[in-house]
Design a protein around this ligand. Structure first.
Ligand SMILES: Nc1ncnc2c1ncn2[C@@H]1O[C@H](COP(=O)(O)OP(=O)(O)OP(=O)(O)O)[C@@H](O)[C@H]1O
Ligand SMILES: O=C(O)[C@H](O)COP(=O)(O)O
Length: 407
């Protein structure tokens, strides 16, 4: 059982709130998209309105990457979204950070520095070990409680996600609560249940396919995007040099064998594209699987209309549809059709659930709306959709309780 904000005595309490505001960053260092910040406004505004002293913890990017930047722009944007000053301190758990947290009054909010500026926060630990890290040891003395609203990072076993709730009373924020409500009860969603696996993270998608087919969660798995291309090759289709080279360059060649094993085991429940779209003379050109391979430089960039018709027929009987990863290179308008139409068809079903950061932004860009639930998480949502536990959620379940006011 996880405690929520309803169980937290907020007034005058100093709360460390872990959010996931990991966002795309423009070349000039500004935020390119604030969707993830907006998602946390309910939790943060509730905590400040109830008189909490709020210290926000978050990561941004990965060490060495272009998006590995400070959280100052995030703090500025949060101030606008919350309609109140939000301080930023360029420290996470040192004296400067502790002082900033101790200086908070009721209703104040401060954003601490990118947790991943410290190497410990980019490692995976069991909760007991994570509790001994500098980040947790440094912050614990100045915090009374911990709120985890970072569902999108809940598949990571890092100190700010699993260590803090080991030493502090832990609560789910509103984002975490609503994600767990929907994604945590995947087994209870109505059947037939169809999983649509597209996008470019082939190993993750194959893991999901194995898991949901093995557990009997999926009546059908529809493949699209690079995932669909790998399955086509596994099925003996010659997709041509351009697509094969792409898959090889991504390091996914071994996935073809795994896809072939899956087809052997569960081929009757896995649907493969019947045609693909390539670029020919600068235009979208569709080729049936029998007409493959395409020209040397022509890569399969989207599913074609025969596939869409076939997949829409399967979707028409689905009670629950779970989608992850775009059906094609939606960033190019020649190849957005598959994603627009397939995801659009899913919105007609009684329950439609979408996971994946790129997928969510594809849908925003294409104006496809009407899903039962669009998750803030990519990898975390995928893991939940296979009914696997998330370390940060388990840590919240095991967190100590808040002492009574007179203790
Ligand atoms: N046929 C294709 N060939 C090449 N790239 C493709 C193809 N189909 C989809 N993609 C690419 O897949 C990318 C998105 O895949 P990804 O698996 O990262 O999505 P996601 O799961 O929503 O994101 P995340 O897990 O990062 O939140 C897009 O950039 C899109 O262009
Ligand atoms: O964007 C995400 O999926 C989360 O913020 C987790 O980021 P990570 O994959 O770098 O751990």
């Amino acid at each position: 059982m996880i405690a929520t904000l309803d169980d937290l005595d907020v007034e005058g309490t100093t709360v460390g709130v872990r959010v996931d505001v990991n966002s795309p960053i423009d070349d000039d260092g500004t935020l390119a998209d604030d969707a993830r910040l907006r998602a946390h406004v309910d939790t943060l505004s509730e905590l400040v309105a109830r008189g909490g002293r709020v210290a926000v913890l978050a990561h941004q990017g990965r060490p060495g990457g272009d998006e590995f930047v400070t959280l100052e722009p995030h703090a500025d944007r949060l101030a606008e979204l919350l309609g109140q000053p939000v301080d930023y301190v360029d420290a996470t758990f040192t004296d400067a950070a502790r002082e900033a947290v101790r200086d908070l009054d009721d209703g104040d909010c401060v954003v601490l520095e990118n947790t991943r500026f410290y190497s410990e926060e980019y490692m995976e630990f069991d909760p007991g070990r994570a509790a001994k890290t500098h980040l947790v040891q440094g912050l614990e003395p100045v915090l009374d409680a911990y709120v985890n609203d970072a569902f999108a990072a809940a598949h990571r076993s890092q100190p700010s996600l699993v260590g803090l709730p080991t030493v502090l009373p832990g609560y789910a924020g509103r984002v975490m609560e609503s994600e767990l409500d929907v994604l945590g009860s995947i087994e209870e969603t109505p059947e037939p249940r169809v999983y649509v696996l597209g996008g470019a993270k082939v190993p993750d998608s194959i893991d999901v396919a194995w898991s949901v087919l093995e557990k009997g969660l999926a009546d059908h798995v529809l493949t699209a995007g690079v995932v669909g291309n790998v399955f086509l090759i596994a099925d003996g289709v010659d997709l041509g040099d351009a697509s094969s080279d792409f898959i090889y360059d991504q390091g996914y060649w071994d996935e073809i064998d795994r896809a072939a094993d899956l087809l052997d085991a569960y081929g009757d429940r896995i649907a493969l594209p019947r045609d693909v779209a390539v670029a020919r003379d600068g235009q979208r050109h569709e080729l049936g699987v029998n007409a493959l391979p395409p020209g040397d430089s022509e890569a399969a960039m989207d599913i074609g209309s025969l596939t869409l018709e076939y997949y829409e027929r399967i979707l028409a009987d689905a009670e629950t549809v779970i989608l992850n990863g775009p059906a094609g290179v939606f960033e190019d308008e020649c190849f957005e059709t598959g994603t627009r139409q397939l995801f659009g068809a899913a919105t007609d079903r009684p329950m439609s659930i979408v996971g994946g950061g790129d997928t969510a932004s594809a849908l925003r860009q294409l104006g496809v709306e009407g899903f039962s639930h669009v998750s803030t998480g990519g990898g975390a949502a995928l893991r939940m959709l296979t009914a696997e536990p998330l370390p940060a959620v388990t840590a919240l379940e095991d967190a100590p309780e808040q002492p009574a006011a007179d203790d």
